[in-house]
Design a protein around this ligand. Structure first.
Ligand SMILES: Cc1cc2nc3c(=O)[nH]c(=O)nc-3n(C[C@H](O)[C@H](O)[C@H](O)COP(=O)(O)OP(=O)(O)OC[C@H]3O[C@@H](n4cnc5c(N)ncnc54)[C@H](O)[C@@H]3O)c2cc1C
Ligand SMILES: NC(=O)c1ccc[n+]([C@@H]2O[C@H](COP(=O)([O-])OP(=O)(O)OC[C@H]3O[C@@H](n4cnc5c(N)ncnc54)[C@H](OP(=O)(O)O)[C@@H]3O)[C@@H](O)[C@H]2O)c1
Length: 247
C-alpha cells in the first residue's frame, strides 16, 4: 500500500494574513501527540513534500495542521490556496520522537515554541495523560506580533479546566504585548522574567524543557539552559532538554 493517500480538506481557518489551520480527513495510521507527517503535491512527476505536526489529539479523526504561508516557499503557498472539498496528499505514517513518552517525569514541564511550532504542544495538551504526569505545565509562545497568537479559545479552555496546573505565557517581540512578556524567549530566560512571571523556579531536579520551532531559537535556548546546568535529553542518557527544529 502506498504511503501517500488522499486527504480531503474539511475546513480552513485563517487566523491572520499569513497564519492558517487546515483540517483534513484521511485514512492515516495512528500517531502520537507531538509527531509530524508530510503533506505533498505532485508538480508533474516531481513530488513537493514538507513536514507538518499534528495539532489534533490522536483520537480525533479531524486531522489538523497549523501553518504559515511562507511567501517565497515551494509548498506552503499552494497549501494556503486549499478550500474545503479539495484534496492534498498526506503521508499515512507519522514520525518523530518529540513526544511525551520520551520525556522523563518531573514536577514542571516547560513547552517553549515559536510561531506555528505551538502546534505539537496543543496536541499533547489535549491528552489527559499529560495533566497526570506533570504538576505544572507552562506553554510559552514566542511570536513577532500579538496578532500571531492563534488558538486562544482552546488555550482559554485549558486555563479554565486546569487553573492550578497550567500557565500560558505569550512572548511578543515586535510590539508591546497585550498579554505575557515583551521580547524573545531567550531574553526572558536570561533575565529570569519567564520564571518569575509564573512564580516557578525550574532546576535540573524539578523541570523538563521541550523546545520547538525556529532553529536559531532552539539552539540559543538550549545553550542558555545548558548554562543553567540542564542537560540534553537522550534515550541512553536522560536529561532535561528535548528539541524539534522546523527548518
Ligand atoms: C519536523 C517538522 C515539523 C514541521 N511542522 C510544521 C507545522 O506544523 N507548520 C508549519 O507551518 N511548518 C512546519 N514545518 C515547516 C514546513 O515543513 C515547511 O518548511 C514550511 O511549510 C514552508 O514550506 P515551503 O515549501 O513553503 O518553504 P520552504 O522552502 O520549506 O521554507 C522556506 C523558508 O521558510 C521559513 N519557514 C519554514 N517553515 C516555517 C515556519 N513554520 N514558520 C516560520 N518560518 C518558516 C524558513 O526560513 C525556511 O527556510 C515543519 C518542519 C519540520 C522539519
Ligand atoms: N509573523 C508575521 O506577522 C509575518 C508576516 C509576514 C511574513 N512573515 C514571514 O513568516 C516567517 C517568520 O514567521 P514567524 O514570525 O512565525 O517566525 P520567526 O521569525 O521564527 O519569529 C517567531 C518568534 O521567534 C523569535 N525568534 C527568532 N529568532 C530567535 C532566537 N534566536 N531566539 C529567540 N527567539 C527568536 C522572533 O523574535 P524577533 O521578532 O526578535 O525575530 C519571534 O518572536 C518569515 O518567512 C516572514 O517573512 C511573518
Amino acid at each position: 500500500m502506498s504511503n501517500w493517500v488522499d486527504a480531503k480538506v474539511k475546513n480552513v481557518t485563517w487566523w491572520s494574513e499569513t497564519l492558517f489551520s487546515l483540517t483534513v480527513h484521511a485514512d492515516v495510521e495512528p500517531f502520537k501527540a507531538g509527531q509530524f507527517t508530510k503533506l505533498s503535491i505532485m508538480d508533474g512527476d516531481k513530488r513537493i513534500a514538507r513536514a507538518y505536526s499534528y495539532v489534533n489529539a490522536p483520537e480525533n479523526p479531524d486531522l489538523e495542521f497549523y501553518l504559515i504561508n511562507v511567501a517565497d516557499g515551494l509548498l506552503s503557498p499552494y497549501l494556503a490556496k486549499l478550500q474545503p472539498g479539495d484534496t492534498v496528499l498526506i503521508e499515512r505514517r507519522a514520525t518523530g520522537f518529540f513526544t511525551l513518552d520520551e520525556i522523563p517525569q518531573s514536577e514542571q514541564l516547560w513547552m517553549l515554541s515559536t510561531g506555528t511550532a505551538i502546534g505539537p504542544f496543543l496536541s499533547m495538551l489535549q491528552q489527559p495523560e499529560v495533566w497526570e504526569k506533570y504538576q505544572h505545565i507552562n506553554l510559552v509562545h514566542g511570536v513577532r506580533f500579538n496578532n500571531d497568537l492563534s488558538y486562544q479559545a482552546l488555550i482559554n479552555e485549558l486555563l479554565k479546566v486546569y487553573p492550578d496546573k497550567f500557565n500560558y505565557i505569550p512572548v511578543v517581540s515586535r510590539e508591546e504585548p497585550l498579554q505575557g512578556l515583551n521580547g524573545r524567549i531567550t531574553n526572558a530566560i536570561a533575565n529570569n522574567t519567564l520564571f518569575t512571571h509564573v512564580k516557578l523556579e525550574p532546576t535540573p531536579n524539578n523541570a523538563q524543557f521541550m523546545i520547538c520551532g525556529n532553529p536559531q531559537m532552539v539552539k540559543d535556548t538550549t545553550e542558555l539552559l545548558i548554562g543553567k546546568n540542564f542537560k540534553r535529553n537522550r534515550r541512553r542518557e536522560p536529561g532535561h532538554i528535548t528539541v524539534e527544529q522546523y527548518w
